[in-house]
Design a protein around this ligand. Structure first.
Ligand code: ATP
Ligand code: MG
Length: 334
């Protein structure tokens, strides 16, 4: 049977990039996969603490992430939805895998090298990256491999940035079935303030991203202040007009008539950018309306229900992981 695993960090409420690039597929898999396929979705709080987090904020973000996943349509009866830290087997398997991971191999990981080369940030003064960055961050791919292997996942939908980490998991089959990368999400949503980098939860500028729970006013304000260019009219060209093209992509995703970005560019080629942004806002606001309504209901009144979902997901995930750990402990001789 197929086992599909994927995760999201509780580093903030999901934004349109998370939704389009990952979460939307999670929901669709519930409808498209055979009922015997196990769907496992984790709010990966252990990954989140590889960079500094405030405890109060992390706790709040975990709940908000859970409510957001339910609001977009993850069905806890169909999918196993759980906080990573509620299943200690993730950490236990990570340790065992860490004892097989070479330091040289991990230091060649692109994401790590990028983090190493980043200039020190202001409040950390000028400490060199090697003392600023932590062992936990270095071993991020090992924990990710444990997430996948502990549930004997066969398919792992991950974005382009995570493909290399998947190779590490693939090399460590242990007793486990071969697993495959799931067709990577097609689309990267770009930042509204810098359309050449991806929209991200942890970027310091809040207006660089649209959260899936933003109010209509917030959405309109963020889109109206999105960085575009001074070229006349509307056209679709990611290299030459990244800002306008990103807005066209967003428009297309939420367009009631399901037009492609190219078709929309044709239809609105002579439109003034301000008017165009208004129309993009209308489409996004309408598209997110249902999610927002359900989210508010969950976060405001359903404390009990959220706790219940988390506990139930933990119970199912524990069971799934424990089967594997039995085999792993035997194989290792523990
Ligand atoms: P952070 O900045 O804390 O890393 P993030 O926005 O990158 O947050 P993650 O929790 O790391 O979000 O990623 C969750 C999922 O969303 C992953 O599958 C990732 O590939 C996908 N994803 C993240 N940003 C985008 C984006 N801009 N466009 C498309 N997919 C994205
Ligand atoms: Mg990320």
């Amino acid at each position: 049977p197929r086992v599909i695993f994927s995760g999201i960090q509780p580093t903030g409420i999901p934004h349109l990039g998370n939704y389009v690039g990952a979460l939307r597929q999670w929901v669709q898999l519930q409808h498209h996969e055979h009922k015997d396929t196990k769907l496992i979705y984790s709010i990966v709080d252990l990954h989140a603490i590889t960079t500094p987090q405030s405890p109060e904020k992390l706790k709040r973000w975990k709940r908000e992430s859970l409510a957001a996943l339910l609001a977009i349509g993850i069905d806890p009866e169909r999918s196993i939805l759980f906080y990573q830290s509620s299943v200690p087997a993730h950490s236990e398997l990570m340790w065992i895998l860490a004892c097989t991971a070479s330091v040289g191999y991990l230091s060649r990981m692109t994401q790590w090298k990028q983090k190493l080369n980043l200039a020190p940030n202001s409040h950390m003064e000028d400490r060199p990256a090697e003392s600023r960055l932590k062992l936990g961050l270095f071993s991020y791919p090992v924990l990710q491999a444990a997430d996948i292997l502990v549930h004997r996942s066969t398919h792992v939908p991950v974005g382009h940035d995570q493909q290399q980490h998947l190779e590490f998991a693939r090399d460590r089959k242990l007793l486990l079935a071969n697993h495959t990368a799931y067709p990577a999400p097609v689309h990267r949503v770009m930042s509204l303030s810098d359309p050449t980098s991806k929209m991200s939860k942890s970027h310091k500028l809040a207006r660089s991203r649209i959260l899936i729970t933003d109010t209509p006013d917030e959405i309109r304000l963020k889109i109206s202040s999105a960085l575009t260019d001074s070229v006349h009219g509307i056209s679709y060209d990611h290299a030459l007009r990244p800002g306008i093209s990103n807005l066209l992509s967003l428009f297309s995703i939420f367009d009631a008539e399901k037009r492609s970005p190219e078709q929309l560019a044709q239809a609105y080629s002579d439109t003034h950018p301000r008017l165009f942004k208004d129309m993009v806002s209308d489409a996004v606001i309408l598209g997110l309306q249902g999610i927002r309504t359900r989210y508010i209901k969950l976060i405001d009144s359903d404390t009990h229900y959220l706790d219940h979902v988390a506990a139930d997901g933990a119970r199912k995930a524990l069971q799934s992981a424990e089967e594997t750990m039995g085999m792993v402990r035997t194989a290792v001789g523990l």
